[in-house]
Structures are given as C-alpha cells and as structure tokens.
Design a protein around this ligand. Structure first.
Ligand code: HEM
Ligand code: FES
Length: 771
C-alpha cells in the first residue's frame, strides 16, 4: 500500500495504533474479480467488521452498512453529489484531447448538481414523472414488450439482453424523453462508452476509443437538442424541459439541456436494461419462485422490488464530503470522496432479515437503496418499475417454460456502479407455448399500480390440512403451504388475512409459533356477518386451497411487564391463547379472564384448563357468571399490562376501566379500522414538508397524507390503509398531529414523533416529516 495515498495524518499516530487502513481495506479493489462477481458479498467482511473504511486503491472511503449509506444519501449538503458522474479512472492526455475534438463539455445535470441549483430544477422538471403522467406510457411499454417477444416467441432460444432487454428500455427512454428513435446499435455503443468512461477502468488504449464514442454521443445529444428546440411542442421530457427553459432560463440552462440529453438516455436506459436482465436471471435461477409468479402474477410487483434489492443494477454511488464529519463513528475529513455501496446496504442484515435470501414476499423489499434516497432519489424509478413489471408479466404469461441455457458464463462490464450481465441466454420448447392452445393468454394483463407495491398484494396459497370443531359454532382450521414450504414465523397477537368467497377476512393465529410448517386459526360461524365465516363453515373442505396474506402483528405482546392481565371474550380468545402460552413459557406472572356464553360454545376450554389451570378464570353467561371489568381493574397496578380481545362492548369496558391507569397499560386488538370518507366540509387542507426530499406536498381536505405523498413520487408502504397496521408510519419532525389511528399508544401520541399517514392529519397548517 502506498502510504502517500493514506488520508490519515501518520505523524499523529501512536506506535501501537499504526495506520488504520487494515489489510483487507488495503486489498479492496472494485475492479477486481470479487467485487465484479458479487459486490455485496465482496464487502461482507466490511459490513461486519469495518463498515466505513478507506480504500487506498481508489482513494475513496467506502461505506457499506444500510444506516450509513442512507444517512449519506439523506444529507446532500454535507455529502455533495457533485462527483457522481466524475470519471473514476483519471483520463489520459490523449483521451482528453479526443474529447476536446468534439467540444465535450458534460456538465451538471440533476444527479450531480448541488443546492441551491438542484431542487428548483428538479421541481420544475418533475411533472412528467407524476403517476398520472406515467400511466399514459403504459400502453407504449406493453406494446413494445409484446412486439419484441412476438419476434422470438417461436425461436426456442434467444439472448434476452441482445434481443429484448437492451432495446426495449432504450426505446422506452427515447419515447419518454420525446427523442426520435435513432440508430439503436449506435446508441448502444455510445451508452457503453459512457459507462466505461464514468465508472470503468479502461486501459490507456481503450480510453481513446471510449473518448471517441463519448465525443460522438455528446455531439449527437447536441444535434437532438437543437432539433427539438425548433419545435418543442411535442410530447416527452426533453420538449417539456425546453418549454420550461423559456419560463425559467436561470434554472434550466443550455448546458443542463445538452448534458441531460446525453446523461438522461443513460440514466433511463442502461439502469433499467440491466435491472431487467438481473431480475430475469435471478428468477430463473430460483425456479420455484419463477413458477410461483407464473401461477400468481399479482406477486410480480413485490418480486420486482426484491430483485432490485437483491441484485440491483446500480451497485454503488458517489458523494463528496464538504466538511469534517463522522460516518458510522469514523472521522472523515472534508474533501474525502465516498463510494457508497448501496448494493451492500441492500444485503445488510441490520435492516433486512436473512438478506442473502431471495424472498419475493419480503415486506420491506421496497426499502432497498437501489434508487438512492432523499432529494436526489431516482426520478425515473416508477417508469423503471413499470417496465420491469410489464417485462415479467409478458415473459411469465407467454413463456412460463423459459429456462436459462445451462453452463453459460455470465460476464459483466467492469465498473463500480452499473451492473447487469452482458448476455442472458434462455431456451424453451416453442411447441409448449401456452398461446398455441390458449390465445386468451395474450389478453391477460395485471392492473398497474404506479409506484412502490402494496404489501397487501403479497399473497401465498395455503392448503386446508384439517377442519375440526373447537366448540359449537367454532371450527379450527390447520393450514399448510400448498407447495410444502415452511410458513413465515409469527409472534403471539399476529393475524393472517384470508380470501374467502371473494372477501378478505382477518383471523388471529392460535397455534404454536414454534411449529413452522403449520398455522392454526379458529373461525366462529357468524350467520349475520359478511359471509366469510359462513363460507368456511358451509363450503370449505379439507384439501381445499385458500389465498392468504400476512401474518402481521398489530397486537404485540411486549415481554417487559411485571404482570399481565389477559381478557378474552368469545372468539377473541384466539390471539390471547397464543399470548398465554408465551407468558407461561416465559414463567411470567399472568392471569387469563375468559368470558363465554356457555361451555359448549366456548372454544378451547379443555385445553386452557389443562395448560393454564391456576391462571385461568372462566365466566360463562349460562352460569350467570359475568366478568366485572371495572372491579377487576379498579386498582391501577404499576408494571401491569392488560391485553384484551373480544366484542366491542368488552373493549369499551376495558378502555373505561383503565382510564385512570398509567398510559399504555391497555392494549387491545381491533379488527375494524378508522377508514371513513374524508368530508371536505369538515376537514382542512395543510402542507407537509419533507425534510429528506426537500419537497412540500399539499394535502387537500379530502385527501390522505399517504395519497398526497404517493402522488409526489414518495415511496411509503401501506397495508390496511385504515389506521390498524402501522406500515405507513412516518417520522414527525415538527407540527402537531391529529392522530386517528389505532396503532400508536397514548404515550407515543403525546411524544408526537410518529404518525400513520393513511389516516392521521395535521392539527394546524403544516407538518414536517422525516421523508
Ligand atoms: C437518479 C438508479 C431508472 C432518471 C438516480 C440515482 C440512482 C438511480 C441510484 C441517484 C440517486 C441519488 O443520488 O440519491 C436508477 C435505477 C433505475 C433507474 C436502478 C432502473 C432500475 C431511471 C429511469 C429514469 C431515471 C427510467 C428516467 C426516465 C433519473 C434521474 C435522476 C436519477 C433524472 C436524477 C435525480 C436527481 O438527482 O434529482 N437513478 N435509475 N432513472 N435517475 Fe434513475
Ligand atoms: Fe395500516 Fe396506515 S396503512 S396504519
């Protein structure tokens, strides 16, 4: 290692400390085989042992953990994006001369522009990326994907990169930009040259050839801008930008227009082409997952997110440190350059459970950092998502029997950032193409939701293993995965959503969480209900399959109390039984109060008496025995936690009885939320300032914060959308919240640091959120 490149002042070192660049940090080389083969795996050691390290090889500090990478993306003042497109390999004199020949003057676009210039420009140019505008491109994307698959559907063997995935995103990019379709092959050569020029390590001879292509690309971009300027009335982002320039010449400069014309093609094209190739490769390597999405295309949107997380097409990004600071506790000097390895962040077990596993049902898959984060986050992310979804729909419906050509070697263009296989050979038996026997295949299309997918859409098929009577009018079902795989782990209080007879109903899990292959639920026959339970009682048979979502837990048992009072009414015993079992296993101090109509209709009585005998108190109406909630909870007891589930009457009595208890002493399970039409005559509109994204979003009186955020392109998860589940949570930085959810406790509400964006609103005129 050359100490000359070490940024640490060695004169201040103690003899024992020595230079802090560890041997592994010294050996790190992003152009070496290990990083090129698998970027996140190649820095696993760093995530574990040295999450922020200095690489003398490239002269960059390398940031590898999720929290640190996100923190760097979040602060675009302290961590300037100005070096995002800087050539990572110094340019030779000869290459510089070649570029000069073409008057090459690639300047600031958006991605590498500092404030205060960047945000006004981003805001001025955002409109073509809003969900409504993007929706208009869907037929074009579908049409192109269809046309390319038509060309090879009967061939039986194809290189998907050469024959579809390179050209379709390029054509989409040109349409989106409003640029006439030019010679694809030439543009492909230009784009590759741009990638090598920016993030690659070309040899001195290659540098000249690359500079030649980049110069031509630059000249081409200039010609297109000139052509569009003559008549900027057409559709597309570039004519839109030219029109915007007339209004705001200081914000949308000439230099910007020329630079973005070139950088925009690359930003929209290569990133998406690579992401698509990575996704299809990953899915075909995991055959059972491919088969699942063929059978259930509603899983595609989340599968896309998981592919972007697991094998994204942007492996690392760059920032410049503008003041002395620390990252993850490591002091970093002003002027330091950062390689922020977002692909490593996406495999950080501190944020993603079992991060190396490819799990298309992962609930937080969309929290990947492949699109960056904060005020520079990818503007085109929702166009890319749409393209990836359409490609997967088209291929899974028309070529479900597609497989990778065995034993092919995948090669990657050596560079730090843009990542996707150069070729992807696939094969299939055209005789088995479904459309030969069922032309209806071609008519299928999933409804497109522009934006990040809803976790509500993530389903799995379960088989009814057994149906047993648990009491009169109560059936216990055991469910197993239809493909025999383990079901997700769960904790006491969790529920699953089941689709029955066209309805989605929630049922608490009441089995043993340690039993991973099987779920148990109990279903009360409710003749006056919405019909879900009737269907189960009357029509469901052992061996039938059901669509299930979850599990989710809105009713968590916190194992931190000194004593627990569990109160269940009727079928409300289902979450409580799992809690009682867990408390018994912990050796906790607990009592269980269980109210029912009569012994025959009260489920699990025998089992509860056996397992919880001395902790259990049963109240049967038929015996004239009623639980006096007010008396039971008359004396507030410090350290006692009360958990209740049952009819509304019981829950209201519990709320009333614990009114004088410490805040948060009572936790109850709600199965119906707070969703109500927003009445514009009653509600008021307000502004939401987004600190990380540097945006202000207006929320209309009849609009939720969640929908206003989505319309502005902000990714935010949601599940129930009625204040029950907590998935739409956002951090509140300032402003008072009118909390309308059922998730936050009283103490959490008064702390005013969190809000549920699907239902809660501002008390006053403005809220500032950490988004
Ligand atoms: C910025 C990734 C597709 C347009 C970015 C950034 C990343 C990225 C990492 C920098 C984010 C940051 O600094 O925080 C990707 C990936 C894509 C993709 C992985 C495909 C899977 C697209 C498409 C378009 C696009 C299709 C255009 C239609 C942009 C623009 C920016 C950007 C304009 C600059 C935003 C700013 O700095 O304000 N993208 N991108 N991208 N991307 Fe994408
Ligand atoms: Fe469930 Fe908001 S989406 S609480």
């Amino acid at each position: 290692m050359s100490t000359g490149s070490c940024p640490v002042d060695h004169s201040a070192m103690t003899a024992t400390g020595g230079c802090p660049v560890s041997p592994r940090a010294a050996a790190f080389d992003p152009f070496g085989d290990a990083y090129q083969a698998d970027p996140p795996a190649s820095v696993r050691w760093a995530r574990d042992e040295e999450p922020v390290f200095y690489s003398p090889e490239i002269g960059y500090w390398v940031v590898t953990r999720y929290a640190d990478v996100k923190a760097v993306f979040r602060d675009n003042i302290l961590f300037s994006p100005s070096i995002a497109l800087e050539k990572i390999t110094p340019v030779s004199d000869e290459a510089t001369a070649t570029l000069a020949k073409y008057d090459y003057a690639m300047n600031r676009t958006l991605v590498n522009e500092d404030e205060p210039a960047h945000m006004p420009r981003r805001r001025a140019l955002m409109d073509p990326f809003t969900p409504e505008r993007l929706a208009a491109h869907e037929p074009m994307v579908r049409g192109l994907a269809r046309e390319y698959v038509d060309r090879f559907v009967d061939a039986g063997r194809v290189d998907l990169v050469d024959d579809m995935l390179w050209e379709v995103p390029l054509t989409v990019a040109l349409h989106f930009l409003g640029v006439p379709e030019e010679d694809m092959a030439t543009l492909r050569e230009y784009s590759i040259a741009h990638t090598v020029n920016t993030w690659g390590r070309p040899s001195p001879e290659e540098q000249v050839a690359v500079a030649e292509a980049v110069g031509k690309f630059w000249r081409f971009a200039g010609t297109v801008v000139d052509k569009l300027r003559k008549d900027p009335s057409g559709p597309g982002w570039m004519p839109f930008s030219i029109r915007a320039q007339r209004e705001m010449p200081d914000v949308i400069t000439d230099s910007y227009l020329h630079s973005i014309m070139m950088a925009g093609i690359v930003a929209a094209h290569e990133t998406t082409a690579n992401a698509a190739a990575n996704a299809i490769k990953l899915l075909l390597e995991n055959r059972s997952v491919w088969e699942e999405i063929c059978a259930n295309p509603s899983l595609i949107p989340n599968a896309v997110e998981e592919c972007l997380r697991h094998s994204g097409s942007v492996a690392a990004w760059r920032r410049l440190v503008t003041a002395d600071t620390t990252i993850g506790g490591v002091p970093i000097p002003r002027g330091a350059k950062l390689l922020i390895v977002n692909s490593s962040a996406n495999h950080d077990e501190r944020h993603f459970d079992n991060p190396d596993e490819f799990d298309i049902r992962r609930e937080n898959a969309a929290e990947h950092l492949t699109f960056g984060y904060g005020s520079h986050q990818c503007m085109g992310k929702n166009l890319a998502r749409m393209e990836l979804q359409v490609f997967l729909e088209e291929l899974t419906s028309r070529l479900p029997h597609l497989e990778l050509v065995p034993d092919q070697e995948f090669t990657y263009l050596p560079n730090t950032s843009f990542r996707g296989p150069d070729h992807l050979w696939v094969q299939w038996d055209p005789g088995a193409n479904p459309e030969r026997t069922d032309p209806g295949v071609l008519a299928k299309a999933q409804p497109m939701r522009i934006g990040e997918p809803s976790t509500r859409a993530i389903s799995r098929t379960v088989r009814v293993e057994s149906i047993r009577a648990a009491a009169s009018g109560v059936l216990t079902l055991t469910l197993t995965d239809a493909q025999g795989r383990p079901l997700p782990s769960w904790s006491p209080g969790s529920h699953i959503d089941i689709e029955v007879g066209g309805l989605s109903r929630q049922y608490s899990l009441c089995g043993d969480p340690a039993e991973t292959g099987r779920y148990r639920i109990a279903v009360l026959d409710e003749p006056d209900g919405r019909g879900g339970s009737r269907y189960i009682h009357e029509r469901l048979r052992e061996g039938d399959t059901l669509t299930m979502r979850g599990p989710r837990n809105h009713f968590r048992l916190a194992l931190t109390a000194a004593r627990y009072v569990l109160v269940a009414g009727g079928i409300g015993i289902t979450p409580i039984i799992a809690m009682a079992d867990a408390l018994k296993a912990e050796g906790a101090d607990y009592e269980l109060h269980y109210c029912g109509r009569n012994a025959a209709a009260t489920a699990f009585l025998g089992r509860l008496r056996d397992d919880h005998g001395e902790h259990l108190r049963v109240y049967l109406g038929s015996d004239g025995d009623r639980l006096d909630v007010a008396a039971l909870l008359a004396e507030p007891a410090a350290g006692t936690q009360v958990y209740g589930c049952g009819p509304d009457r019981l829950l209201s009595a519990l709320a009333e009885a614990t009114r004088h208890w410490p805040e948060d002493a009572l936790r109850v399970e709600h199965f119906s939320g707070t969703r109500a039409e927003l009445d514009p005559a009653v509600e008021h509109g307000f502004s939401v300032e987004l600190a990380d994204s540097d945006l202000t979003v207006e929320v209309a009186p009849d609009q939720t914060v969640l929908s206003a955020l989505r319309a502005a392109g902000i990714d935010i998860q949601s599940d129930c959308e009625e204040g029950l589940c907590g998935s739409c949570e956002a951090t509140v930085i300032s402003g008072d919240v009118d909390h309308r959810d059922l998730v936050l406790t009283k103490a959490e509400r008064s702390a005013n640091t969190l809000m549920m964006t699907c239902c809660s609103r501002a008390t006053g005129g403005t809220l500032t959120l950490g988004l």
